[in-house]
Write a protein that binds this ligand. Sequence first.
Ligand SMILES: O=C(O)CCC(=O)C(=O)O
Ligand SMILES: [Fe+2]
Length: 183
Amino acid sequence: MTPFHLIPEALSPAECDALIALCQGHEMKDAGLVRQTTAHQIRRAELSWLDDIPEASWVMDRMIRLVAEANRAAFGFDLTDFLESPQVARYGAEREGHFDWHSDIGSGQVAAKRKLTIVVQLSDPADYQGGVLELRPDSNIREVERARGTAVLFPSFVLHRVTPVTEGTRWSLTLWTHGPAFR
Ligand SMILES: O=C(O)CCC(=O)C(=O)O
Ligand SMILES: [Fe+2]
C-alpha cells in the first residue's frame, strides 16, 4: 500500500488565503481540550470547524471530488461518508503550536470509522519555521511537502505529528473520510 499520496496544488494560493481569512473572521477554539481537561502537551493549536462557516461550503465540495479520485488511484479503500466537519488549524509560534505523535483512529463512534486523512498545507512555507508535518508509516519518518496548496492523503491509522512552530504561523486544513472496517 502507498504510505501516502500527494496532490500538488489541490487548492490555489488565493483559495488558501480565502479560507484562512474566513477562519480569522470567526472565533477559533483551543484544540488542547480533551474531555474538559487541557492536554496542551499533546496539541497546541486553534481550530475552526468549517460546518460552522456557511461561506466555506465549497471546501467540502472540492475535497470530495479530489479524495474520490486519489483514493481510486492510490488506496482503493471502501469509503462511504464524510461524517465530520472539515477542520482548519492554526499553529502559532507564540505558544509553539504543535501536535504530538498520534493516529487519527479513535475510540469514539465516528473517529473509529476514519479511514483516510487529508491534510492541505494552507500557509506559504516562507511564513513559518518548524511546523513540519511528519508521517511514520513504518520505521522511517517522512516529512510532508510544505508547498502551499499541497494535499497529502494517508490511511488514518498512520502515526503522524506536527513539530512545534518556532517562527510565524502555520495553517492547515484536515478532513477525514469514513467507511466500513478495514479487512
Ligand atoms: O495540521 C496538520 O498538519 C495535521 C492535523 C492532524 O493531524 C489532525 O487534525 O488530526
Ligand atoms: Fe491527525
